[in-house]
Design a protein around this ligand. Structure first.
Ligand code: ADP
Ligand code: ADP
Length: 206
């Protein structure tokens, strides 16, 4: 059966970075709700118009919108190994996913929790830069972009919004740790190590 993984953890813990590597080296498909939403905002679609203000202020986009996106994508990705990156982020989203998976012939394999302190998260997110052309993620200090690559800072990677997103994570997303522990699906990786070390740990877990 096709693999289904969830990457759980605070913003900036390195979920996207590790997911990209699994895509490149192991043939997974990354399903990032954040990327899908940013694309929708950029294009000015109905979804984008609805999501924009929530994202700019660091709040979560309403569950029904997110669940509808995932439902559609899961149908498209039948038979592929997938990483759900940044979804679910609330208990209702997790419950909806539990109902959806059997309908598309999947079971949840593992939930990987990326653990990182708030202090380190702030350093990672204030220094995060992205290449708008490729979507590749860099860090001004830990992973500087190569010469000639023009990078931008995400609107929500400003300190004030980062703090709001962290609050939201602790209040609305962290309860999923207990939820997946109870399902015996939770595996923890130490996200404070170097990208290579985190990747190694990740491979040993999955
Ligand atoms: P997330 O998807 O969890 O929000 P990202 O993968 O975008 O996190 O990483 C956040 C920032 O931290 C990026 O600037 C990225 O380059 C950097 N980063 C990712 N993993 C590491 C690591 N292991 N050590 C140092 N910096 C990292
Ligand atoms: P990060 O990993 O850095 O927090 P994401 O790219 O995953 O950032 O998400 C950016 C923003 O998109 C979130 O702050 C939120 O507004 C919205 N978003 C992404 N995924 C979800 C989700 N599953 N539920 C609700 N909102 C989401």
């Amino acid at each position: 059966m096709a693999k289904t993984l969830i990457f759980l953890g605070p913003p900036g813990a390195g979920k996207g970075t590790q997911a990209q590597r699994l895509v490149e080296e192991k043939g997974f498909v990354q399903l990032s709700t954040g990327d899908i939403l940013r694309e929708a905002v950029k294009k000015g679609t109905e979804l984008g118009k609805k999501a924009k203000e929530y994202m700019e202020s660091g709040k979560l986009v309403p569950d029904d919108l997110i669940i509808a996106i995932i439902e559609e994508k899961l149908k498209e990705l039948e038979g592929k190994d997938i990483i759900l990156d940044g979804f679910p982020r609330t208990i209702p989203q997790a419950e909806a996913l539990d109902k959806m998976l059997p309908a598309v012939g999947r079971t949840l394999d593992k939930v990987i929790l990326f653990e990182l302190s708030d202090e380190e998260i702030l350093r990672r997110l204030t220094g995060r830069r992205v290449d708008p052309k490729t979507g590749k993620v860099y860090h001004i200090e830990f992973n500087p972009p190569p010469e000639g690559v023009e990078v931008i800072q995400r609107d929500d990677d400003k300190e004030e919004v980062i703090r709001k997103r962290l609050d939201v994570y602790h209040q609305q997303t962290a309860p999923l740790i207990e939820y997946y522990k109870n399902q015996n699906k939770l595996f923890v990786v130490d996200a404070s190590k170097s990208p290579d070390e985190v990747y190694k740990e990740l491979l040993s877990v999955i």
